[in-house]
Design a protein around this ligand. Structure first.
Ligand code: GLC
Length: 529
């Protein structure tokens, strides 16, 4: 039995419900589809599934625009389908966390429909409204993450409402106690149904400056850069009080035993900002604040090593790191760092000290899919040309029609790589990415040193990174070559050990650590005697 809770020792796997498995031929993945694939996910060796939003939604932002927090969207199935999924997952020892979207609702939500009726509607103050400037322009210079102003004019009542994302995603007013209560009750609704926790969307954005002051312009922004970064979001999110509010949300989670929440905090490479969202031991906030540093930083040995050192030093003793290499908003790992280094990154992710998050399809070594601009579905892609559709194309099950994902027309085109990169083909290939992930996940699960041990970064000439994981009398050494040249590594004090895995999956056996050569783009995991 581990002394640490499940959300620290286990591996998380993000399911994008639209793209995992379609069960009814409408071209969109659904809950019965996920249930039918639970054996695959359990067999992979992950412990917790995070489902991107499955609540009722007009799907303007593919579920991140919720119109009813206490129901399942018919596209995905029914509450009964959800209960079945949860029971079947639990039966296989898998946990399930849902994606909670507190910052905004869809404008189709009945709360917003009421709020927009009139300025004195009781629900008016559930959202953030402001008068136009005298010239009729928006109340301030805040910008939406999806392009254009963060304000939409409501002609009927003569005011603007705030939308930090799509105009159909209206920001809630979390300073209104009635909003808090309704949203916290939605959390309780799912916790009572048995979910194991939540991933909380843009958690730090829930509070904005009550005076709605202009954001400062970013002095580093130049014409041609992405227009959404023209301003620094100083006042439109993370306003004072945000930590207290997250702590209140945490207290709701803690009303139920053994549940957790992971917060989508800002994308930052500043460990101090990241760990501020743990809160304090007396007043905890997120069980896990996401660490997105390795989505942002260049994948080079000095940078990677330096960040790990600073992050390990910043995470409080009662907290636990997280590592994220991909999700539904980012280019896929293989596209960012190449297929060879993606295997090194898998060894990194699954042996570093912290809770790993695997994005659906990363285990197959998938690069981005191919979606023509005229077929973009993602509102961000349509407005800004940077489409998240590329990482969201359907999962690859086999080399047959529509890769086994659907019998209908898939909602996004199947990537051309499906012929070779798919579960059926990789399952029988002893060197495939899927085999690598399965082996790594099995090793990680079998050895407490790997899932809960201490971590010591070793001094190694770059571009090799090395660390030890230790627990009881178990010791593992991870060696990662982040370059495409061979490197001789010498750790004479470590004696000899047994290579239990190479990312090339072609060598095992005893190794003398006084002189071990890492081939180009190779990582090895060594069990020390
Ligand atoms: C988060 C989600 C993203 C969504 C946005 C608005 O960043 O990950 O997919 O578009 O919030 O809800």
């Amino acid at each position: 039995m581990s002394a640490r809770p499940w959300w620290q020792t286990g591996v998380f796997y993000q399911v994008y419900p639209r793209s995992l498995q379609d069960s009814n031929g409408d071209g969109v993945g659904d809950l019965p589809g996920i249930t039918s694939r639970l054996d695959y996910l359990a067999g992979l060796g992950v412990e917790t599934l995070w489902l991107s939003p499955i609540f009722r939604s007009p799907m303007a932002d593919f579920g991140y625009d919720v119109s009813d927090y206490e129901d399942i969207d018919p596209l995905f199935g029914t509450l009964a389908d959800f209960d079945a999924l949860l029971a079947e997952a639990h039966r296989r020892g898998l946990r399930v966390i849902l994606d909670f979207v507190p910052n905004h609702t869809s404008t189709a939500h009945r709360w917003f429909q009421e709020a927009r009726q009139s300025r004195d509607n009781p629900k008016r103050d559930w959202y953030i409204w402001a008068d136009p400037k005298p010239d009729g322009s928006p109340p301030n210079n805040w910008l939406s993450y999806f392009g254009g102003p963060a304000w939409t004019f409501d002609a009927a009542t003569g005011q603007f409402y705030l939308n930090n994302f799509d105009p159909s995603q209206a920001d809630l007013n979390w300073r209104n106690p009635a909003v808090k209560q309704a949203m916290f009750d939605a959390l309780r609704f799912w916790l009572r149904r048995g979910v194991d926790g939540f991933r909380v969307d843009v958690i730090a954005a829930m509070l904005k400056d009550p005076a709605l002051r202009d954001n400062p312009l970013d002095p580093n922004w130049k014409p041609g850069d992405n227009p959404i970064w023209r301003v620094r979001r100083v006042y439109s999110e993370q306003a004072p009080g945000i930590h207290e509010l997250i702590a209140e949300m945490r207290a709701v989670i803690d009303e139920f035993p053994d549940r957790m929440m992971v917060g989508e905090i800002p994308y930052t490479t500043d460990p101090a900002l990241q760990v501020s969202f743990f809160g304090t031991q007396d007043k905890p906030e997120a069980h896990q604040p996401f660490n997105f540093a390795f989505i942002m930083l260049p994948w080079t040995a000095p940078v990677v090593r330096d960040f790990i050192a600073r992050y390990n030093a910043a995470v409080p003793a009662w907290g636990w790191p997280t590592y994220v290499l991909g999700n539904h908003d980012q280019d896929r790992l293989v596209t960012r760092i190449g297929a060879e280094q993606a295997r090194v990154a898998a060894l990194f992710l699954l042996t570093v000290r912290g809770a790993p998050y695997i994005w659906q399809g990363e285990e197959l070594g998938l690069p981005n899919g191919e979606v023509a601009p005229e077929d973009f579905q993602d509102p961000q892609g349509i407005n800004l040309g940077i489409s998240r559709d590329l990482c969201r194309t359907p999962f690859h099950w086999n080399g047959g029609p529509n890769t086994g994902f659907t019998t209908g027309k898939p909602w996004l085109p199947i990537a051309s790589t499906y012929r070779t990169l798919n579960v059926e083909a990789e399952d029988v290939d002893p060197r495939s990415s899927l085999t690598l992930y399965r082996r790594l996940l099995a090793l990680r699960r079998a050895h407490p040193a790997l899932h809960e041990g201490t971590m010591t970064l070793l001094e190694t000439p770059l571009p090799v990174i090395a660390w030890l994981r230790e627990q009881g009398d178990e010791r593992f050494l991870t060696l990662l070559n982040l370059s495409d040249e061979a490197h001789l590594v010498s750790h004479s004090t470590l004696g000899s050990g047994e290579i239990v895995l190479s990312t090339a999956l072609d060598r095992e056996g005893m190794a003398d650590l006084a002189s071990i050569t890492l081939r180009p783009n190779e990582g090895v995991l060594v069990k020390l005697g």
